[in-house]
Ligand binder design. Sequence first.
Ligand SMILES: [Zn+2]
Ligand SMILES: [Zn+2]
Length: 275
Amino acid sequence: MDMTILGCSGSLAGPDNAASGYLLRASDGEQILLDIGPGVLARLEVHGRPGDVHMVFSHLHPDHCLDFPSLAVWQRFHPTAASTRRHTLIGPTIAPLHLGRAAADVPEIPDDFSDIFVMTSWQAPAADATPVPFSADSAGTVYPELRIGSTRLYAAPAVHPTESYLMRIEDASGASLVYSGDTAATGHLAAIAAGADVLLCEATWGERDNGSNPPQMHLSGEEAGRAAAEAGVGRLMLTHIPPWGDPEGALRGARRFFDGPVELARPDLVVGVGR
Ligand SMILES: [Zn+2]
Ligand SMILES: [Zn+2]
């Protein structure tokens, strides 16, 4: 599988970086878009096929979903490259109503996307459950399995002010990517990331939490590095750093705890996962 970073600016778009959006090409050829924040659709028009993507949401804060109504316009109305089949949409349970309102003509009547998407909700262990390392045994039992083509998707609970998920994606080649979405520190992150090829992990707070940040919200580079080390991932990629953030500090913090490869996500980067 490979991943093209369409945007990775934390909390909002930056001057030359869209907000969150990551395009996966699975080994079976399916395109799967993880989050679609402001500016992501424009980059998808460069790097992918907007009429032929499946949609996966970590959560529905604006910086992760606000280009979705425009994607729906493309899939429904593009004269030559509209959607020719219903794609899969996976997200929080609130996705149909929340996204429907974002695209509505009037707030009382949410748009209904069932003409272009089959909408499915994440299933995940309870937030207060003891984290269980991802393995052949826990896949499909502790972590309920969803499918897009031959790619398998699993989720665990994130710690964030809205319904949010950590996700693990494995394609038929065996390549595995874990994406944190937005989360504060939780044992579920290292658990679902166990042995993954790539951990794409937010590091919003820079090197370390300075103690004045809002609680239950985001991770620091140190916390991302600690999770990567505990999970034994192959590679750590730090993301979701806001335009005012400290990417070098995030790198420093992560490297203090994780001695494998660590790098910063950047727009237009294509990452080979599992190779
Ligand atoms: Zn965010
Ligand atoms: Zn968020």
